[in-house]
Design a protein around this ligand. Structure first.
Ligand SMILES: *Cc1c(COP(=O)(O)O)cnc(C)c1O
Length: 376
């Protein structure tokens, strides 16, 4: 007798997402690392590259000026900002770097972060001369709102940097509530949305939101986005002034760039909107629930996240003696299942050991999850 499969929703979205892409070589459960691009996105990127060869790079770029501006507008819409508040960069880390370089906060300015902050982010904040402090959290690493309110009421930091969904744990931070507390205290909130844009609601009232193309939006690699509200943009001093007639923030957009990749991201965001951000979120949350249901206990691996957490990202702690890196390699080599092994160095303030991360996108099926459970 077979048990009933886990409940998924919006099967039509899953089927459409699958049909829009090249067939995967195996089972791709690794969208928190890098999603699979659609055929239309791949073709648009190739088409732009070809135009560069035929027309000249700068001539080709001028032909997509309107499209890129529409893209800034749509990306801004996903975070509650306007086109003039959005610039394209090369990655999420490049966005944070560009922001900090232009902000020029006095050395020793205090920034409050989660203890589970993504290690490269913490390194960038420290390299910018900032003193990193910890936001209070519960046992799962979720911000404790009463504690955050006390911190902001007492001796508030110069800014709060919040990673909305971590790379190493599929837990959503209460970003909307933190944004309200920050606004009331007059402290700018910077949101790392690398794992949340296209995955959970990112229109939460943050002052700065930055993200990357290749994860949940399924755009090309090597592209990122930085969104800054005018209140913070006014405090920035870019190295060079932007050309006349373009919004001041545009000085943070690199002139030399993988323009074809930006074109691809704009198309990918269009596909995300056409699918509907709300049903996308619902299906991703249902996939996360199903993943946890099917995998918890399989081969002795234990799920870290609460079963109902509304994300598609699940992490698994290994049974005694199991090597996470070797398991990830075995899943790929012997079963064609793509996952990520994450060591504690990714978030040393929170992780006590390695985890295996499983992050399906809309096209995943119950069969994929059951195959992974069996392989574990
Ligand atoms: C992937 C990731 C980043 C970095 O994104 P890049 O585009 O690789 O720079 C930052 N923060 C989190 C939480 C991430 O998962």
């Amino acid at each position: 007798m077979t048990a009933p499969g886990p409940a998924l929703v919006h099967e039509d979205l899953g089927a459409a997402w699958r049909a829009a892409r090249p067939r995967p070589a195996g089972r791709h459960l690794d969208s928190a690392a890098c999603s699979r691009q659609s055929s239309r996105v791949l073709e648009a990127v190739a088409h732009h590259a070809r135009n560069e060869a035929e027309l000249g790079g700068y001539v080709a770029e001028a032909t997509v000026g309107e499209l890129l501006q529409q893209g800034r507008s749509v990306l801004g819409g996903l975070v509650g900002m306007a086109a003039a508040d959005v610039v394209f960069v090369e990655s999420a880390q490049a966005a944070l770097n560009a922001l900090l370089a232009a902000w020029r906060l006095p050395a020793g300015s205090r920034v409050a972060c989660l203890p589970g902050e993504y290690a490269p982010n913490a390194a960038h904040l420290q390299a910018a001369g900032l003193a990193v402090e910890r936001l209070p959290v519960d046992g799962l690493g979720r911000a404790d709102l009463d504690g955050v309110a006390r911190l902001l009421a007492g001796d508030p930091p110069s800014l709060v940097h919040l990673t909305h969904v971590a790379s190493h744990r599929g837990v959503v931070q209460p970003a909307g509530a933190v944004a309200q507390l920050c606004r009331a205290a007059g402290v700018p909130l910077v949101l790392d949305a690398a794992q949340s844009l296209g995955h959970v609601d990112t229109d939460v009232g943050a002052d700065v939101v930055y993200s990357t193309s290749r994860k949940w939006l399924a755009g090309p690699r090597g592209v990122g986005v930085l969104c800054v509200r005018p209140s913070v943009a006014a405090a920035l001093t870019p190295l060079l002034a932007p050309p006349d007639g373009v919004p001041p923030l545009r000085a943070l957009e690199s002139g030399e760039a993988h323009v074809a990749g930006r074109v691809g991201l704009v198309l990918a965001v269009g596909e995300h909107l056409a699918a509907g951000p709300e049903p996308v979120r619902e299906r991703l949350a249902a996939l996360g629930r199903a993943t946890r249901e099917v995998l918890d206990g399989a081969g002795g691996w234990r799920v870290v996240e609460p079963r109902e957490e509304p994300t598609a990202t699940t992490t698994l702690r290994p049974p005694d003696g199991a090597d996470v890196v070797a398991t990830r390699a075995r899943l790929l080599g012997e079963h064609g299942v793509v996952t990520t092994a994450i060591g504690p160095q990714r978030a040393p303030g929170e992780m006590t050991g390695p985890v295996l991360r499983v992050s399906p996108h809309l096209d995943a099926t119950a069969d994929d999850l059951e195959a992974l459970a069996a392989a574990l």
